[in-house]
Design a protein around this ligand. Sequence first.
Ligand SMILES: Nc1ncnc2c1ncn2[C@@H]1O[C@H](COP(=O)(O)OP(=O)(O)O)[C@@H](O)[C@H]1O
Ligand SMILES: [Mg+2]
Length: 395
Amino acid sequence: MRILLFTGKGGVGKTTVAAATALRCADRGLRTLVLSTDPAHSLADSFDVYLGSTPTPVVDGLHGQQLDATERLEETWADVQRYVMEVLDWVGVEAIEAEELSVIPGLDEVFSLADIKGFAASGDYDVIVVDCAPTAETIRFLSLPDILSWYMGRIFPVERRLAKVVRPLVSRVTNLPIANDDVFAAIRRFYDRLDGVRELLTDGDTTSVRLVVNPERMVIAEARRTATYLALFGYHVDAVVANRLLPAAVSDPWFDAWKATHAEHLDAIEAGFAPLPVMKAELAQDELVGLDKLRRFGDLLYGDADAHAVFHRGEPVRIRARGKNRVLSLDLPFADKDDLELARRDGELLVRVGPHRRAIVLPDSLRKRDVGAAKMVDERLEISFVEHEPDKVGR
Ligand SMILES: Nc1ncnc2c1ncn2[C@@H]1O[C@H](COP(=O)(O)OP(=O)(O)O)[C@@H](O)[C@H]1O
Ligand SMILES: [Mg+2]
């Protein structure tokens, strides 16, 4: 089973590439589902068919879905969210690092994640293609599994334990907000639906992210930042799609400067994103709408390759022994060391890159050690863990 996520700046061709990819997989006999997490749905427009909020047949072997979050309000996520805020307030947000809680998941995002997990677990599909929202929203969306597992690990278990054992007592002696049964049932459902979603989406054999770019300076700059943040959260990017390249057949001198600019940017994309493969797609003669055009586009994009193949396999996190030390390294392409911040807190390593941060739970082999030096080596952040010296103050 494969999950392919397509992201990039607005308008670069994410929906078109996702639709063409899904169609190609289905045409090759794979049971395929394509869904969009972009509230501005355009998948249906791209295929030029109707798509409902549940899997809707497009062609043989292909279903498409456009989620309507408001339809799912009966799931009482709003109740859960309100209750979480009450509990946070009661615990004292300061005590549990307000920053980690600054991102309260939105409805669309939570439902999309739950849907992806559900469809993956159903066994009904060989390939799930996800047409993501523009980059900023997608980073938010893809950092959610990490944040959610933090919630699940830290807050709900305490609350569940409290609730089971001392719930009647607590309500008498403290003012801990006690959720009513509806909220508990909703939390339970929420848990079951999202548990394991991070493992699913960060497993490189299953899930690959593909970055769609155009040969334009700003688009490329945004794709670089996206690559950094995706790596931070442990996602596997397996290819870059360079879309809308001016075809060689365009010979009008009017476009000479454009062609030179495109060539220059394409070189920068290939050099910058190496070792990721860069798939190239030319600007078509017309809008790419409808099954026939999408099929032709998919052929040009993938050539003879299987669209669902793993095109590149990196190692977002790696731990190696180096002499007596252990070195934990994180793949952080394009990261600037001035944008990095590291902190150790008990069994976690907090890594901040620009506005994003991730708490990496340290394995036992590192937990007992002290953090030594950290440096960037070939786009990897290397952090050495040295043997613990009890008389030293450093952690
Ligand atoms: N290579 C291409 N050649 C011609 N038109 C394209 C190409 N790629 C995308 N388009 C067109 O550009 C528009 C925006 O593409 P879309 O896939 O919706 O972008 P996104 O999902 O990234 O916002 C659509 O009308 C689409 O048909
Ligand atoms: Mg789109």
